[in-house]
Ligand binder design. Structure first.
Ligand code: FAD
Length: 384
């Protein structure tokens, strides 16, 4: 499909190279199989992680420790191309780089960084991020998971829910209440007292592992705590990194749906004409393109703000709210254009559509990001 507005002309040569490299990985290694992974509810993480590591996309925007150290727009472009494959694939990369590696990189000790970051960048070790709990999702400040001091050790008790990569992870970054406030802990998943059963029966993000985490008198040395941060700003800063990736990623899912719909509209004949020749179909396609292009412009603008060091959380809320909504609308329109074929995994559309329902909810629901914007506009907080 034509890049009508030539938006990718604004990318540098290096950014275009990253785009093309990730795109060809997705087209060779992901697209031929992802419908089956979705149907079978599997994600071949151990097989793909080293390949993603060699592509340089794990912890891509971090400096040192084997990470690629790219600019934010490059990281965004990679997320876009990964999510054009599947939101589960982009989620894997987001969680690894932005939610598990970023807190170690930003707040960890030298020892924690040396131990985990090079292996995670190479895809030899997989990470997860445990913030959400069964009874505390949108309000993580009320979390119940507790780490109590026992001499110099910590004893961790509690439960997390909806944790991407949980049961395949080698290391979990777990956020817990302590007597000093919320702290982060780097928890090797082989530690006695750790368990991570997988959550089944999902109809969204099926090509992604989602788990609960349980901590049962799990003993950690003093060195397991992240020394650089106390309070909710720790996990929230990680979420800002990952949400930025979502702002770009969903543009890829939207593009994949639009491309599928355009192809289908040009070849599916009804009433002796391709359905793309009907004005009602063209109206749908035109608005889908408008939505996708506006989402791309938003992503690019936020990327440029991030590279200039000016990106604020409320601007990321704008991007997550606007772009996920746009992508979901585009996926639903595409599904209608494909008619009956729109409900099968022979085409990518319903897979993206169902995935985007999770993307709408995780990393701050659309309601929470709406309230962030509401507060930004009025100065009045309406969360409680
Ligand atoms: P709730 O917070 O219970 O919200 C339910 C509804 O109430 C929502 O519509 C919400 O917007 C609304 N609501 C809540 N509060 C308000 C309010 N003040 N005003 C108006 N409406 C409100 N978490 C992690 O920590 N790590 C992960 O790796 C991770 N991966 C995930 C993967 C998947 C597939 C999914 C589905 C979730 C994942 N999550 C993860 C959890 C995710 O971030 C939470 O589901 C999300 O924050 C919402 O929490 P909740 O599901 O408890 O919903």
């Amino acid at each position: 499909m034509d890049d009508l507005l030539r938006l990718d002309d604004r990318l540098t040569a290096d950014q275009r190279l990253i785009r093309d490299t990730v795109k060809s990985f997705v087209s060779d290694r992901v697209l031929p199989h992802v419908g089956d992974w979705f149907e079978e509810a599997t994600f071949p993480a151990r097989e793909l992680a080293p390949v993603l590591g060699s592509l340089g996309v794990l912890g891509m925007h971090l400096e040192g420790y084997g990470c690629a150290g790219t600019d934010a727009v490059s990281y965004g472009v990679a997320c876009r191309e990964l999510e054009a494959g599947d939101s589960g694939l982009r989620s894997f990369v987001s969680v690894q780089g932005s939610l598990a590696m970023f807190p170690i990189w930003r707040y960890g000790s030298d020892e924690q960084k040396q131990e985990w970051l090079p292996r995670m960048a190479a895809g030899e070790a997989i990470g997860c991020f445990g913030l959400t709990e069964p009874d505390h999702g949108s309000d993580p400040a009320n979390m119940r998971t507790y780490a109590k001091k026992d001499g110099s050790d910590w004893i961790l008790n509690g439960a997390k829910m909806w944790i991407t990569n949980g049961s395949i992870a080698d290391v979990a970054v777990v956020w817990a209440q302590t007597d000093e406030g919320i702290r982060g802990f780097v928890v090797p998943t082989s530690t006695p007292g750790f368990s991570a059963p997988e959550i089944h029966k999902k109809l969204s993000l099926r090509a992604s592992v989602t788990s609960s985490l349980y901590f049962d008198d799990l003993r950690l040395p003093a060195s397991a705590a992240l020394p650089g941060v106390t309070g909710l700003k720790g996990p929230l800063s990680c979420l800002s990194e990952a949400r930025y990736g979502i702002v770009w990623g969903v543009v890829g899912a939207a593009r994949a749906c639009l491309e599928a719909a355009v192809d289908y509209a040009k070849t599916r004949v009804q009433f002796d004409k391709p359905i793309g020749a009907f004005q009602l179909t063209q109206e749908k396609l035109a608005w889908m393109y408008v939505g996708a292009a506006q989402a791309q412009l938003t992503a690019l603008h936020l990327g440029e703000l991030k590279d200039a060091g000016h990106l604020e959380p409320r601007q990321i809320s704008f991007g997550k709210l606007a772009n996920v909504r746009a992508a979901l609308d585009i996926a639903r329109q595409a599904r209608s254009i494909l008619g009956g074929n729109g409900i099968t995994l022979e085409y990518p559309v319903i897979r993206h559509m169902n995935n985007l329902e999770s993307v709408l909810t995780y990393e701050g629901t659309q309601e929470i990001h709406t309230l962030v914007l509401g507060e930004a506009l009025t100065g009045l907080a309406a969360y409680r």
